[in-house]
Design a protein around this ligand. Sequence first.
Ligand code: R5P
Length: 294
Amino acid sequence: MILIAGPSANGISERIAELRGEKSYSTAHKVFPDGESYIKIPHEIAGEDIAIIQSTNTPQDKSLMELFFMIDKARNMGAKSITAIVPYMGYMRQNKEFNEGEAVSISTIISILNSLQLDNLITIQPHKSGPLRAFKGKTAIVDVTGKMAVYAGAGMRNPLVLAPDKGALEIARKAAASIGCAYTYIDKERLNDTKVSIKHSPSESMKGNDVMIIDDMISTGGTIVQAAEFAKSRGAENVRVAAVHLIMAGNAEEKLRNAGISEICGTNTLPFRGTKTFDISEEIAKSLDEIKSE
Ligand code: R5P
């Protein structure tokens, strides 16, 4: 297999290639003065199995267009099979028509991948996995919760895992099981794109606990800030956060720091680096084997 690192590979391609004893090539890439992307696959790939690595870094639309260009070109160059590794798949939160007339963005993206005849898709913990069922090729969803939580939780005293909303209950349960501690949750109500409020909260005290708030992603930071303030109000000693996808839109990092969060832990699905970064390369290298042998 040949690995092709797109402009939003976030540095993981070389490590995956090293782990698998394969070659990795970076695409030649530039952005024209008018904002359009130029992509060139720099190696002969006719008859080869190839894996294109491209996350949906911000701006997500640009990263996606570049992914489409690379898949299409690889097909035209005669690749035998094409696997897209998209560590963070954007638009997963617009997975249904919440209000009449809204575009179901992720459905459009999957339709494009189908029309490009992509063979395999590997992604890390999408916000919802349902929309991926429309993908006609093989899909592998990599779950790094347990390993990330153990890595992020090193040094915690009397740990407690806190899900900042009901949707994060499952990730909190897995994280707590891996760390070997208890978990609880609060439930939120979204007021607008950046503001949330608490709908349900646990009654127990968190006095004497180091609390890890865990979620699949941090976007504006509003969800985590509210959970951190809640944990502190219940007496938590230290509050840290672990999330798979650190989108960190706008001043999210500053908001988290101002809320007294001691550590921001995540993975390298996206460019933001917090205080601790769990490297997803090994998990992806394994899933490449699995998807090929299915
Ligand atoms: C939504 O339910 C997700 O799991 C995250 O909780 C949410 O996207 C975080 O967004 P923000 O950081 O903007 O509060």
